[in-house]
Design a binder for this molecule. Structure first.
Ligand code: AMP
Length: 184
């Protein structure tokens, strides 16, 4: 089962993706986490993307698509994947479709978490994870990029008819229950 967990920064994708991964027994693939690990370890990829993440901008499509398609070749993902933070542009979504269709696969669920913008800002500024991009100024940039470049991905999947819109306001468990209901 292949699932995309979608939504703006601060919507709770990482938290819910982890819970879904435990519940469904399918690994989570978080592009943001992979980039942060590479930055921490100062790998060539980390060095390449550090200033982009610090600025709250998007890593170039080619870099992200190569990363995700390489990762998905691993045996861990033989039963599927929960994609968290990818695709973030229509180009990425199209590349993913090509990759999956060559394998005779598809996206089974596209789950989008709806959270009002004021709450997103509040959540990000109070989450205290020490992320370099969790500052008031960077959050503004990230939300603008989300609206301009990432939100069109939602329409791309809506046209395919696979979108489940989930109310992303409430407790972690409440939101997780809504997701479980949408997936079963
Ligand atoms: P996240 O942890 O999902 O909020 O991602 C953190 C940062 O990693 C983003 O602000 C981007 O700089 C970068 N990033 C993660 N996923 C992608 C993606 N699919 N496309 C481009 N940049 C990404």
């Amino acid at each position: 089962m292949n699932i995309i967990l979608f939504g703006p920064p601060g919507a709770g994708k990482g938290t819910q993706a982890k819970k879904m991964s435990d519940h469904f027994g399918i690994p989570q693939l978080s592009t943001g986490n992979i980039f942060r690990e590479n930055i921490k370890k100062e790998t060539p990829l980390g060095k390449k993307v550090k200033s982009i993440l610090d600025a709250g901008r998007l890593v170039p499509d080619e870099t992200v698509v190569d990363l995700v398609t390489d990762e998905l070749e691993k045996n861990d993902y033989k039963n599927g994947v929960i994609l968290d933070g990818f695709p973030r542009t229509v180009n990425q979504a199209e590349a993913l479709e090509v990759y999956l269709s060559e394998k005779g696969e598809t996206i089974d669920y596209f789950i989008t978490l709806d959270v009002p913008e004021e709450e997103l800002v509040e959540r990000i500024l109070s989450r205290g994870e020490g992320r370099s991009d969790d500052t008031a100024e960077k959050v503004k940039t990230r939300l603008k990029i989300y609206r301009d470049e990432t939100e069109p991905v939602l329409n791309y999947y809506k046209e395919k008819g696979a979108v489940k819109e989930i109310n992303g306001v409430g407790s972690i468990e409440e939101i997780f229950n809504r997701i479980k209901n949408a997936v079963s």
